[in-house]
Design a protein around this ligand. Structure first.
Ligand SMILES: NC(=O)CCC(=O)C(=O)O
Length: 265
C-alpha cells in the first residue's frame, strides 16, 4: 500500500557563485543534517542551480558534464539513507549545450526522473547561456505521481495543469527567486496548489549574489492552499509533514477536474 504521510525536508541553502567545490561540500553537510535527526525525511529537495549559482559567464567551464558528479553523489546518498531526492537543479553540460536540470532518485538510488527547465528567464540572462529542455517533468516516488518545475516555470499555469492532468499529486519547485518579487513567489505557488488541488513543495535559495538578493521563503503548501511551512531569509532545513489523502479529499469537495470545459478554452 502506498504510504500516505510524507515527511518533507527542504535544504534552503546559500550558494557560492561559481564555486562548485564549496557548494558540493555545503550540500553534503546539509544532506547529512537532514537525515541525522529522529524525523527521517521521505523526500529531500534543494534549490535551483545549486552547484554553480548564476555564474553564467563561466558556465561552460563550471557545469557538471552529463550531471555525472551530481548523479553519483545523490544516487549513493539516497540509497545509503533510503530517502527520495528531488535534487534541486544543476548547471549541466551536454555536448556543447548547458541545461538547468533536475535529477530525481528513489530510495534505492535509482534515477527516476530528470527535467531541464523549459522556460528560460530573460531577466537573469538564461536565454543567452542555457538551452531549454524538451520535455515536461513527470515522475513517480514510492508509486505517487508527481511533477517537477523550475522557478520561472511557475508563471506558466498550463505546465502545472498538464502535470496535474497527468496525475501529479505533488509538485516540486526548486528555485533561485530574488527580491523584490516575494509577493509573486507566494501568490503563484499558492495559486498552483489551489487550482490544481495538489501539494506544492518549493525550495528557494538564500544569500546575495552580486547585487541580487535571494529571499528564501521556501514553502510547502497543501491542496487547499494552506501553508504548512515557510522559511525566512536565513539558511535552514525546513520540515513539513504532508498527508496525501488530502489531494482526493479536496478534489472530491470541489470537483475542478470534472468541471473543466476544455472544449471551450
Ligand atoms: N531563476 C528564475 O527562474 C527566477 C524567476 C523569477 O525571479 C521570476 O520573477 O519569475
Amino acid at each position: 500500500m502506498t504510504q500516505k504521510r510524507w515527511h518533507i525536508a527542504l535544504l534552503q541553502m546559500d550558494i557560492a557563485i561559481g564555486e562548485p567545490e564549496n557548494n558540493f561540500a555545503k550540500l553534503e553537510t546539509l544532506l547529512n543534517e537532514a537525515v541525522g535527526g529522529t524525523a527521517k525525511p521521505d523526500v529531500i529537495v534543494f534549490p535551483e542551480m545549486w552547484n554553480t549559482g548564476y555564474a553564467l559567464d563561466r558556465i561552460h567551464e563550471l557545469a557538471d558534464p552529463a550531471g555525472e558528479r551530481t548523479i553519483e553523489l545523490l544516487s549513493a546518498f539516497s540509497r545509503k539513507h533510503g530517502v527520495n531526492i528531488v535534487g534541486g537543479s544543476i548547471a549541466e553540460k551536454k555536448g556543447d549545450a548547458i541545461y538547468n536540470t533536475i535529477y530525481a532518485f528513489d530510495r534505492e538510488g535509482r534515477q527516476v526522473g530528470d527535467y531541464s527547465k523549459i522556460h528560460l528567464f530573460r531577466l537573469m540572462d538564461e536565454e543567452k547561456y542555457l538551452k531549454e529542455g524538451g520535455h515536461i517533468g513527470q515522475l513517480e516516488l514510492d508509486g505517487v505521481p508527481a511533477g517537477m518545475m523550475i522557478c520561472y516555470d511557475i508563471r506558466f499555469p498550463e505546465l502545472s495543469r498538464k502535470l496535474a492532468l497527468g496525475g501529479a499529486q505533488m509538485l516540486f519547485v526548486p528555485a533561485e527567486w530574488p527580491n523584490p518579487r516575494l509577493h509573486h513567489w507566494r501568490t503563484l505557488l499558492t495559486a498552483r496548489a489551489i487550482e490544481n488541488q495538489m501539494f506544492v513543495i518549493s525550495c528557494n535559495r538564500v544569500g546575495v549574489s552580486g547585487t541580487t538578493e535571494f529571499f528564501g521563503h521556501s514553502m510547502v503548501i497543501d491542496p487547499w492552499g494552506e501553508v504548512l511551512v515557510e522559511g525566512d531569509e536565513s539558511e535552514a532545513i525546513l520540515r513539513a509533514e504532508i498527508d496525501l489523502d488530502l489531494v482526493s479529499q479536496v478534489r472530491g469537495k470541489i470537483p475542478v477536474f470534472e468541471d473543466r470545459r476544455p472544449a471551450l478554452y
